[in-house]
Structure formats: structure tokens, C-alpha cells
Design a protein around this ligand. Structure first.
Ligand code: GLC
Length: 733
């Protein structure tokens, strides 16, 4: 995000005119309604009050501090600069107060969690990352930006780019998986899609990369839990996507809830100032996550509100999301000298820069005709893109005896309460969707003209309907069982100790298998699951994730063979809970798991990863041969022959990995360094080439310094992180 000289002058001239109160007002982000903390509608507040999720004291405090419901007075007095909202007409009304009634007429910025689509919800990030389709990452983000603006949002709290290796963590659903390289490509394309179409202010938004930083490394996969790691681990695993996003000019970043090596990321000057602002050159501002400043007290890092505010703002945290403490404490902190005016000016300059860059001073409102167009329906091209994204995110995990693809002459017995559900398909953090836009799996099969009878039977929660199951056992030639999780079982505050299929779904599968008919399990889930039993018993398994509003059509497209499955896993699947965390890019250890008891393994369970990163099947088969590696002056050039040796057309994701065999810090057994989606007709063979800059073969040491070390490397190419061809080469840098 860069400003023109004229824009910089505008920011500086505004800053000169602002009072301290007005400056602090810009550093304050509130939810839509004072009553509905973080935009929780009043009706939900009432429910929360009735079922005890809000204490009487909390309600009383809310009511005591509520003098109006949409912050009108704060906005009019310049005490509020940003609001979490997504109602375009409400946004226009509140914006009008800022732009016409406040003293300096500084527009508000409206932010929202548009993680995988605003109204046209597309696959959760963990699914979309598995498409390994960089252009798709960018196209869907561009669509999300346009729809955000149409709903009054010009600041998306996205992309979520936390590398995550522990499937027990519910937020693994929101991000691009376990690999730093894939996460970095995902991050850079999402920033381009969200920010780069500046042909019209209605086409781009400010991105807010989150959650900065290493939030996905929470101990035990327990959300909000502590994180600790070597500097080299931070730099090699968790920082890369943020580095990539900042290189693309990401406008903002959101500090994460976790403490990192003992310091909360909300008030961590090492990560916020030294790395994010100095080394990665964040052009805009850093915002806390919800209530993060106040939580510095709970962490045990600040003694009281004043201390939390002083530590946060001095660490480089520019905007307070929802704790109200900057409003409450910052002025006295400046007056006491604990916080310098220059620190305030730096924060406000960053915030104003983003507002100027967004064109808010010239175009502060959502045009009425844009609002009306979305009230009528979604653009056809958005629906089509959502369907394409869903198709490319589907991963075929198992297909014994080619049970799949199905055909339209077969009588399909569709079971599982998730199959008929048109809401669970949108996954976590879907905020602006409308049920009328959603296509359930059942709808999808009907739309495709398949012979299908539907029996809910059971789902992730609740009991089995024995009558429905008895009827299901009698019907059809093939059984398609949609099983998995509800959308609330992943996302924020959804860590699980047991990531096997919840409820009585496995029991249902057992009963279905007793029919002797082919059973296809279609997984609808927001995290890798522990699938040892299913992988042994179910002949066909399709990982369909939560694919957004077009899920039903995409699942039918793939299961009926109209579209070949081409998705791969962006996160590894364990066999059992106890294996977590599992990830492919692990160090070798001195005793890698092997035959000997005295090796790094479990004595009560297999140690291998059930389905590794990059894994996925097709309706055909691909063969790799003739891996060649050539060393050029500043890069390696690889080629491999890839042949479709099956009887159907298909798309393969060819993947390039390296291993630095011996280095000053032990390196992972494999590191992804490239990938390509290749579509081949049956029998077709193609040479696939990769190039790898030698500069990209290094790593960061424990001083955060990037090093290139001469020595032996292994180069791998294959269709996943486990099954690869390999060549060795000694490289001198
Ligand atoms: C939440 C989430 C964050 C989100 C923010 C605003 O607590 O951690 O991802 O952007 O609050 O909704």
C-alpha cells in the first residue's frame, strides 16, 4: 500500500489540525452497536441474557454505558474512527454523521470478517488452499472485495494466514494449512485480489492480515493458548505468509491473542515494531484482536488498564478493537509522558493513510444502486466462480474398485443430516450469506438429474433416526453418506480433543456397510479428522470440506464425474487423536520412526501420517518418470515426465520439494518449493518443468538472518509430500 505525494500531504495536513482527542478517536474501533458487542444483534443479546451467557452485571454495565446504539455521538465528536459493520444503509447513515457533522469530516472505516466471501461465500480457506490454484486465490478475493464494498465494508479482516499444524485447533479451518510456502502464495494472491483493482473504489478494500503472529502454534491446539519457539522457527514457519503479504502491500495486520515467548502479541514491540513495521515495512496500521489490550492484564503482562495501554501503544499497536481502553487511558498516558505524542502521530498517520488510500474522502458512501443490485440477487459470474472454487477444493482420498464416479442410472441413497442442510455448507466465519443462495448436497444431486432418495438418519450431533436408517438400508444401488462436523465445530473457540467423526455417524456408517452396497463417505468438516477406521472400512472417501454456497452442485459435479476431483490436502490427516500434531515438513530427528523400538514413534499406534500434505487422488492415474535436475548460475532447473496412464482425463498437482540434508540448523525432511496444476487427457504425457532460485534454498537462523549454506540437497517431485521421485545435488551459493 503506497500513497501518492498528494495523498501524503493530505494526511500530514489533517494530522496538523487534529486535537489529541481526535487523534485518539481514530485509534478506536468499536462494534456496530454498543449493545451488540461485536455486532451481535440485539435478538441474540436477548437470547444470551435469557440462557445465562450474559451475566446480569454485564447487561447492567452495557445498559449503564449505552447512551445511543450506533455510536452516533462518538462519531459526531470525532471520538471514533472505525466500526465493525456490514449493513450498507446503516453504514451510510453513520458515515454521513462523520463526513458532514464532525469537525474535521474524517470518514469512518468499516471493517468485517470477510474471510471467504461476503454474500457469495466460497470454500473455507483450508479447502481453497488445497486447490493449489494461485489464480483462483486471487479471483475469489477480488470478488469478495467487490461484495464487501457493496455491503459498506472497505476493510476486510482477511486473509487469515496462520500456518497451523495441529488439527485440534478449530481455526485451522480459516487458514491455508501447514505449509509456509503454500500459505505465502495464498497470502500474496489474496492481497492482490483484495487490494489491487483500483479502477474503482467499489472494487478494492484494505486487507487485514491475521493473526499476527504464530497464533496457529498454540500449545495443544487449544485456542488462545501460549506459544513459544525459537526465532528460526518463527521466521521459517510462521512469518513467511506475513512477509509475502507485506511484500504485496497489505494495508493492515491484526495482532493475535497469544503470547509469544512470554509477551502478548498485542503489546509485543519485537514482532510489531522490529519485524512487522521495520523489517516487513507494513505501510498501514496494526489493530488488536477483540479486547486484546485488556487481555494483557489477564496474561499477566500489564498491571492495569493504563499499563496495558502504555505497553500496547509503545509496542506499535495503532488501533484498539473493542477494549475501549485507548479512549479511556491514552490521553492521560500522553499527558504523563508515558506515551509520546510522536507515537500517537505515527499511529494516526498510518490509519489516515489507509483511509486516504481507500478513497474514502472522495467516495465515503455505498451507492444506492449497488445496494439494490445485491438485494435483487447475486451476479451470475460470482455464483459460477463459487462453484468452480468448490469443485477445485474437493479431495478424493480413497476410491476402491472405482466406486466413483457414480452415474445417473444408479439409484443413490443419500444419508446424513448434513446432506440436506443448506447452512452448514458455508463453514466458519461466513457472515453475509443468505440461505436462498445456498445449494445443499441433496439439492446438488437433484439439480444434476440424479436418481436420489434422501434419509437424514443422523448427523454430527443428536440421535439416530432408526426408521430413516431402516428405510435407507432398503433403498438404492449405492449409498452416499455425508458425514462430518457442524460449522460451529471449527473456527474460533472450537478446539477439540477428539477429532474423530462426532456423534453416531460412525455407527451409521457401520450399519450402511452391512448392506454390502458400495458406500461413499463425503466429509463435510472444517479441520483434518482422525480417520483410521474410516480409511480401512469405507471404499470411497471424498473430502468436501465446507465449500460455500455452491457446495451441493460441486459435490454432485465431482461424484457424478462431470468434473474430475483435483483438490489436494493443505493439511495432513492423523490416524488417531494421539498423533496430533502431524505435519509433513518435520525435522528427521536422530531416530526417525522405523522398525526399531528405539526410534521416534508410538508403541501403541502406527506413526505414519494417514493422508499427508499434498495428497489427493483422481479418477485416473498419473505416473512420474525421468526427473532431471540441472544447475544454472543462479537457479536449479528441474523437469519430470508426467503421464496420465488411466482411462479418464484428469488434473494433477505436481509438487516440488527440497531437503537441505545437512545444515547449521536441522532442516525439514521436505519443504514445498513449487507446484503446478497439469490437466492431461487419458494416455497423454507432458514434460513438467520447475525452476528454483538458489536464493530460495536458504533458511533463517536464530538471529532472524537468512542464510544460504553450500552442501548436499535432495530434490523431490511427485503428486504429494510422500510419494516422490528424488535426485541429489550439491549446491554452492
Ligand atoms: C475475533 C477473531 C478475529 C476477528 C475479530 C473481529 O475474536 O479472533 O479473527 O477478525 O474477532 O470479529
Amino acid at each position: 500500500m503506497t500513497l501518492t505525494e498528494k495523498q501524503k500531504e493530505k494526511v500530514d495536513s489533517l494530522l496538523k489540525e487534529m486535537t489529541l482527542d481526535e487523534k485518539i478517536g481514530q485509534m478506536n474501533l468499536e462494534s456496530t452497536s454498543i449493545l451488540g458487542a461485536f455486532g451481535i444483534p440485539l435478538a441474540e443479546i436477548r437470547k444470551m441474557a435469557k440462557d445465562g451467557r450474559l451475566t446480569r452485571e454485564e447487561i447492567e454495565e452495557m445498559m449503564d454505558n449505552t447512551d445511543c446504539d450506533y455510536h452516533e455521538d462518538e462519531v459526531r465528536e470525532g471520538r471514533l474512527g472505525a466500526i465493525i459493520a456490514s449493513d450498507p444503509r446503516r453504514a451510510n447513515e453513520t458515515q454521513r454523521i462523520a463526513v458532514e457533522e464532525s469537525r474535521l469530516k474524517i470518514p469512518l472505516i468499516f471493517g468485517y470478517d470477510v474471510i471467504h466471501g461476503m454474500r457469495t461465500v466460497y470454500p473455507i480457506a483450508l479447502a481453497e488452499a488445497g486447490s493449489f490454484d494461485d489464480e483462483l486465490f486471487e479471483e475469489t478475493a477480488r470478488m469478495a472485495a467487490k461484495e464487501s464494498r457493496a455491503y459498506g465494508v472497505m476493510w476486510d479482516f482477511a486473509p487469515m494466514i496462520d500456518v497451523a499444524r495441529d488439527a485440534r485447533w478449530g481455526r485451522v479451518s480459516e487458514g491455508p494449512g501447514e505449509d509456509p510456502y503454500l500459505a505465502s502464495r495464498f497470502a500474496e494472491r489474496k492481497i492482490r485480489g483484495l487490494q489491487n483493482d483500483r479502477s474503482d473504489t467499489q472494487n478494492y478494500v484494505a486487507a487485514c492480515t491475521k493473526h499476527y503472529v504464530a497464533y496457529g502454534a498454540c500449545e495443544g491446539g487449544r485456542d488462545y493458548n501460549t506459544t513459544s519457539m525459537a526465532v528460526s522457527q518463527l521466521y521459517n514457519v510462521y512469518l513467511p505468509p506475513f512477509r509475502a503479504a507485506m511484500a504485496e502491500g497489505a494495508a493492515s495486520a491484526m495482532a493475535s491473542f497469544n503470547d509469544l515467548n512470554g509477551v502478548p502479541c498485542t503489546a509485543n514491540s519485537y514482532t510489531l515494531r522490529d519485524i512487522l513495521k521495520d523489517e516487513l515495512a507494513l505501510g498501514g496500521f496494526a489493530v488488536s484482536d477483540a479486547n486484546g489490550i485488556k487481555e494483557c492484564i489477564v496474561h499477566g503482562y500489564a498491571e492495569d488498564s493504563a499499563d496495558a495501554v502504555i505497553k500496547s501503544v509503545n509496542a506499535g499497536l495503532d488501533m484498539d478493537m473493542g477494549s475501549h481502553l485507548y479512549s479511556k487511558e491514552l490521553k492521560s498516558a500522553v499527558e504523563s509522558g508515558a506515551v509520546s505524542l510522536s507515537a500517537i502521530d505515527d499511529a494516526v498517520r498510518r490509519i489516515l493513510s489507509v483511509k486516504v488510500w481507500l478513497g474514502l474522502f472522495e467516495h465515503p458512501y455505498v451507492p444506492e444502486e449497488v445496494i439494490e443490485s445485491y438485494e435483487k440477487g447475486l451476479p451470475a459470474e460470482h455464483i459460477a466462480l463459487a462453484r468452480k472454487a468448490a469443485q477445485e477444493s474437493i479431495v478424493l482420498l480413497k476410491n476402491e474398485n472405482s466406486v466413483l464416479p457414480l452415474n445417473r442410472t444408479q439409484k443413490i441413497c443419500l444419508v446424513g443430516s448434513l446432506a440436506g442442510n443448506a447452512e452448514e455448507i458455508v463453514g466458519s466465519w461466513a457472515m453475509g450469506w443468505k440461505k436462498r443462495d445456498c445449494v445443499s448436497v441433496l439439492d446438488g444431486f437433484k439439480n444434476a438429474g440424479a436418481k436420489v432418495q434422501y434419509f437424514p438418519c443422523c448427523g454430527p450431533e443428536g440421535e439416530m433416526n432408526e426408521d430413516e436408517l431402516s428405510s435407507a438400508l432398503e433403498y438404492g444401488d449405492v449409498i452416499v453418506a455425508v458425514v462430518g462436523e457442524t460449522r460451529d465445530m471449527s473456527g474460533e473457540a472450537s478446539s477439540k480433543a477428539d477429532i474423530t467423526l462426532p456423534g453416531r455417524q460412525r455407527e451409521m456408517l457401520e450399519r450402511l456397510l452391512e448392506t454390502g452396497k458400495p458406500v461413499v463417505a463425503v466429509l463435510m468438516n472444517g479441520r483434518p479428522l482422525a480417520l483410521k477406521w474410516e480409511s480401512e472400512k469405507i471404499p470411497a472417501i471424498v473430502e468436501a470440506w465446507q465449500l460455500g454456497i455452491q457446495m451441493g452442485n460441486a459435490v454432485a459435479d465431482v461424484l457424478l464425474g462431470d468434473v474430475a476431483p483435483s483438490g489436494r490436502l493443505a493439511s495432513s490427516f492423523p490416524m488417531v487423536n494421539g498423533q496430533c500434531p502431524v505435519y509433513y515438513n518435520h525435522p528427521n530427528t536422530g531416530r526417525p520412526a522405523g522398525m526399531s523400538r528405539f526410534s521416534s514413534k508410538y508403541i501403541d499406534e502406527e506413526t505414519f501420517i494417514l493422508y499427508p500434505f499434498g495428497y489427493g487422488l483422481s479418477y485416473t492415474e498419473f505416473k512420474y518418470s525421468d526427473l532431471c535436475v540441472d544447475e544454472k548460475a543462479d537457479q536449479l532447473e528441474m523437469s519430470v515426465m508426467l503421464k496420465n496412464i488411466g482411462s479418464a482425463n484428469g488434473t494433477e498437482v505436481a509438487q516440488l520439494y527440497i531437503r537441505d540434508v545437512a545444515a547449521s540448523l536441522v532442516r525439514p525432511v521436505k519443504e514445498l518449493k513449487g507446484y503446478k496444476r497439469i490437466t492431461l487427457k487419458a494416455g497423454e504425457e507432458k514434460k513438467v518443468s520447475f525452476s528454483l532460485k538458489k536464493q530460495d534454498m536458504g533458511f533463517y537462523d536464530n538471529n532472524g538472518k537468512y542464510v544460504l549454506e553450500d552442501g548436499l540437497f535432495r530434490i523431490f517431485v511427485g503428486g504429494n509430500s510422500r510419494d516422490t521421485l528424488m535426485q541429489e545435488i550439491t549446491v554452492e551459493f
